[in-house]
Design a protein around this ligand. Structure first.
Ligand code: NAD
Ligand code: UFG
Length: 339
């Protein structure tokens, strides 16, 4: 029988790509999303790519009645939990909103799962839970020290899920700590669609390339890195989506909770990313060196070997593919899903 997966936040950037990967792997997908940072159009596009209908609930995970309705209508094999707010800067300004949406939202979800005896959850965590690492690459066993309310909300959720899985005999969880997801589905049908001015590097570069923004601010060129600019472990969103399929495949064999870094294990600087974009897509990106951005760490990248050993997952798409697919999506959808 086809296994049904509930995807919270499934209309969002990573969620929509994961829906494609799940459907292609033979799962049935149900999505709950309040569309606070996404558009229903993304799911229509997922349907176009896969040829499969997606059952969608417009609902809020902090609303118990919304969740009850979803769980009463279906029996889920597992839940993949993306729903939440993700801006580090906003979380500093509105911490309560972040704890309410992310932490309380997860509590409501776990309660609804408990009531319906659904006991498997894959959770979207972030490399930001590590804070500044003492050495590189980062292993899952490194200490955690998140530097923002957003990062702390992720760590609190990890701990809540851990406690829950210790207490409930049937429960198990896989916690994926993503490094820097970028790129888009190669069809150009789905991709990242930030509201307003992008905070993140890749969508900003795309908007400079398309003429929507005049230049890219490089936040600091005096870090102790190869070329002075910040270094990150960029990972293609389709590789990331595939990690979720592997996690669902494995979750039945997990005893309580397992944590995995999801990155490529390779650091690239801001200048590397710009250069790859320019060379691959044949477009010049105008830049301006600006002061460092508050809270930024000079460099970090993952050791993803545990995910390779235990999940049988490995990223296969390189930086060239990431910048190519990001630009393809941008060109096809200059205003995101709005058109
Ligand atoms: P996104 O904003 O595109 O997707 C999140 C989705 O959740 C959106 O569709 C939004 O409408 C929905 N949502 C938010 N609050 C909700 C609520 N209360 N009820 C129902 N739906 C709600 O973000 P994304 O980049 O796809 O990220 C997905 C997850 O991965 C998030 O939990 C994020 O924190 C985590 N993550 C993202 C990154 C990244 O760089 N994109 C890195 C690490 C971790
Ligand atoms: N950067 C610029 N100019 C920009 C935007 C970013 O120079 O306009 C630089 C940053 O200083 C940093 C690098 O590009 O060195 C990457 O920055 P992003 O904003 O794209 O990504 P971050 O590493 O800051 O954070 C992202 C997500 C977080 C998540 C983290 C996980 O935004 O939510 O990855 O590693 F927690």
């Amino acid at each position: 029988m086809t296994k049904k997966i509930l995807v919270t936040g499934g209309a969002g950037y990573i969620g929509s790509h994961t829906c494609v990967a799940l459907i292609e792997a033979g799962f049935e997908v149900v999505v709950v999303d309040n569309l606070v940072n996404s558009s229903i159009e993304s799911l229509r596009r997922v349907e176009k790519i896969t040829g499969q209908f997606i059952r969608f609930y417009r609902g809020d995970i902090t609303n118990k009645a919304d969740l009850k309705r979803v769980f009463e209508d279906h029996n889920f094999y597992a839940v993949i939990h993306f729903a939440g707010l993700k801006s580090v800067a906003d979380s500093v300004e509105f911490p309560l909103r972040y704890y309410q949406q992310n932490v309380f939202g997860t509590l409501c979800l776990l309660e609804a799962m408990q009531q319906q005896a659904c006991s498997k959850i894959v959770f979207s965590s972030s490399a930001t839970v590590y804070g500044e690492p003492a050495s590189l690459p980062i292993l899952e066993t490194f200490p955690t020290n998140p530097q923002s309310p957003y990062g702390r909300s992720k760590l609190f959720i990890e701990q809540i899920i851990d406690d829950y899985c210790q207490a409930e005999k049937q429960a198990s969880s896989i916690i994926l700590r993503y490094f820097n997801p970028v790129g888009a589905h190669p069809s150009g049908e789905i991709g990242e669609d930030p509201l307003g001015i992008p905070n993140n590097l890749m969508p900003y570069i795309c908007q400079v390339a398309s003429g929507q923004r005049e230049f890219l601010s490089i936040y600091g060129d005096d870090y102790a890195t190869t070329d002075g600019t910040g270094v990150r472990d960029y990972i293609h969103v389709v590789d990331l989506a595939e990690a979720h399929v592997k996690a669902v495949d494995k979750i039945n064999q997990v005893d309580q909770v397992q944590w995995f870094n999801i990155g490529r294990g390779q650091g690239y600087s801001v200048k590397d990313l710009i250069q790859a974009f320019e060379q691959t897509n044949g477009i010049r990106i105008k830049t301006s060196i600006q002061p460092r951005r508050d809270g930024d760490i000079a460099e970090y990248w993952a050791d993803p070997s545990l995910a390779r050993q235990e999940l049988g997952w490995k990223a296969t798409r390189d930086l060239k593919q990431m910048v190519k697919d990001a630009w393809h999506w941008q060109q096809k959808n200059p205003k995101g899903y709005e058109e």
